[in-house]
Ligand binder design. Sequence first.
Ligand code: ADP
Length: 358
Amino acid sequence: MITNEQVLNAFRGVIHPEMKRNLVELGMVKDVAVEDGEVTVTLALPFMEIPIKDDLVSSLREAVSELDSELGTEVKLVEMSQQERTEFMTAAEGGPKPAQSVNRIAHVVTVLSGKGGVGKSSVTALMAIVLNRQGERVGVLDADITGPSQPKMFGLHQLPPVSKQGIIPAETPGGVKLMSINLLLPSDDEAVIWRGPLISSAIKQFWNEVLWGELDYLVVDLPPGTSDASLTVMQSIPLSGVLLVTSPQDLAGMVVRKAAHMAQRMKAPILGVVENMIYAICPKCGERIEVFGPSKAMHMTEQLGVPFLGRIPLDPELSRCCDEGEIELYDAELFEPIAEKLVERVPALKTPPVFPGN
Ligand code: ADP
């Protein structure tokens, strides 16, 4: 007669193909019961949609049939809670990292767009600046590894010092903490041509090894679209929510809709949508020109059922400040009501994330 313990031991031989640890150790096997010639196992997945779901189920079935070919197997699938997911990621990485035990980050807001060039990085920086001016402790994690632009906008170039406990983020003159792959590259123009898995591991490393200390907000600039890197961030960081940036040029917001669905699937709440580059003002006559066509965001947000936070016009002064590394000098008054609405949404949605090691 095969016992529960024997089955559990057999499952210790089932290795997660990506995490390289066994499913029991990763906290994925929640329950095992052997009864009437059948094993019932509850398998907890970080997200229901993970692509290797079927492989994991077959591996469990195989492990049971190797133990006793007469035994049947029923696998019940459940989704991990946020707390379990965080523990899963920690176990996958072999325990909490030193930085995680000193970091206290109340809210993590990631900024996402459907495609590049709509102003996602500029909005990330503006959000950080406005919150910082309001006295909040703010960090910016430039996770847009394929096109890292935060250091350039803030005019930072120095190599971040590394202590025994981790990497010390750079600090802008205004006091925003900043970490970006660009700070670690020999020159600003060095292209980062990395493949998905490498990008994912770089982001995880940033998360695990940067010493942010105490922050009220960590604003994360994600790569555009629904790439591997965006998924990694959403899966491995306890997010408070996602801010979507769009422009009227985004074809009826189709790509943004895709990004919004990804966020919803990953259980990251959408805090709202910002529509950028909505109009330009003619310097001669003051007329508003809708360069990329009329606004579509209001309609799109209604369809998606997410809040519309506001619009930003095309402003040559903003692009000059970005180009010259002086974004902190930009008068971001227009952005204040947007930040205010976002902040209102953050605590209402989530209690501060629980970090492994806290
Ligand atoms: P993304 O991160 O989506 O690729 P960026 O924030 O890097 O986009 O913006 C792309 C370019 O457009 C940058 O040169 C930036 O300075 C400029 N830009 C973004 N938003 C505005 C705006 N509202 N007014 C003027 N220039 C802008």
